[in-house]
Design a protein around this ligand. Structure first.
Ligand SMILES: [Fe+2]
Length: 288
């Protein structure tokens, strides 16, 4: 029989997975995982106490998850892994709107709303905003039938799923473009907010001296047949956390400049009251 030692263990474990895994992609993933994980443990000379703390941390991360709370996505976001995966999977090479993180607060099944609807279901004292633009392909042709799934935090810094004071689907909705590719919606200016700090990720940020804040932003997932799904944000220009986003998701091309607007005709058309903040922001999708 052979001895398992510090010197040969990585190679043996690696071979055990690589030689027996039939799926080629899984074989590649497991082989690389074993190599990197073993190298990491050796690099930091992991103590038993630290190993057990890591087990407890991952256990607590799982226990913090339910249908409304996704602590593992938050962990991935705050370690910069989500942005790395995004960059690998959605190379934009200068064309189309840039991607950024999905974040842990996406909820599928938001209501389909008529274009121009107000997604504020409960007024939390925020500043009225009207957001409009168009969805185009890389040749600037409008895209018919693009679905914009929108969600955001309130001015108080909470998503509906975090705030028992607001109804379900507050500050969420889906809008579908017509042949002109245009979209518009009324909402309130999104507040900056801390990612949840009451779980293990919050403890990690605190232990590492990092703040938990994200600059104010609107979330969008935009889908259209024949185009790469776009997961992105519009960040609010001037937000004090634009330079230090806790999840490393900011990009200058995704910063939107709201302008004070007193356009009575526009206000009347969409049932708004002047003055409000107006944001023009176009999205470019890439063909698949
Ligand atoms: Fe967010």
């Amino acid at each position: 029989m052979r001895d398992f030692t510090m010197e040969n263990l990585t190679e043996i474990v690696h071979e055990e997975y690589v030689s027996k895994t039939s799926d080629p992609r899984l074989r590649e993933i497991m082989g690389s995982l074993v190599n990197h994980l073993h190298a990491f443990v050796k690099d930091i000379q992991l103590t038993e106490a630290e190993w057990f703390e890591a087990v407890q941390f991952l256990t607590a991360t799982g226990q913090m998850c339910d249908e409304k709370r996704q602590e593992f996505i938050l962990l991935s976001d705050t370690l910069g892994v989500s942005m790395l995966v995004d960059a690998i999977n959605h190379p934009r090479s200068g064309a189309g709107t840039e991607n950024t993180v999905l974040g842990p607060f996406y909820v599928s099944g938001a209501p389909d709303l008529p274009m121009g609807s107000n997604i504020v279901k409960k007024d939390s004292g925020g500043t009225l905003a009207f957001v409009r633009g168009k969805v185009t392909d890389q040749d600037d042709n409008p895209i018919d039938g693009a679905v914009l799934d929108v969600w955001q935090a309130s001015v108080r810094g909470f998503y509906d799923v975090q705030d028992p004071e607001v109804p379900q689907w507050n500050l969420r909705g889906k809008f579908t473009t017509g042949p002109d590719g245009k979209y518009c919606l009324a909402t309130e200016l999104p507040g900056f907010y801390p990612v949840p700090t009451d779980g293990p990720v919050g403890k990690m940020l605190n232990a590492c001296g990092r703040h938990a804040m994200r600059p104010g932003h609107l979330h969008f997932v935009i889908t259209a047949d024949g185009y790469d799904r776009l997961t992105t944000h519009i960040f609010t220009a001037g937000d004090e956390y634009l330079e230090s986003d806790a999840v490393f998701a900011t990009k200058s091309s995704l910063v939107g400049e709201y302008q004070a607007c007193e356009d009575e005709a526009l206000a009347k058309e969409y049932g708004l009251q002047v003055p409000f903040q107006l944001l023009d922001f176009d999205f470019g999708l890439m063909r698949t």
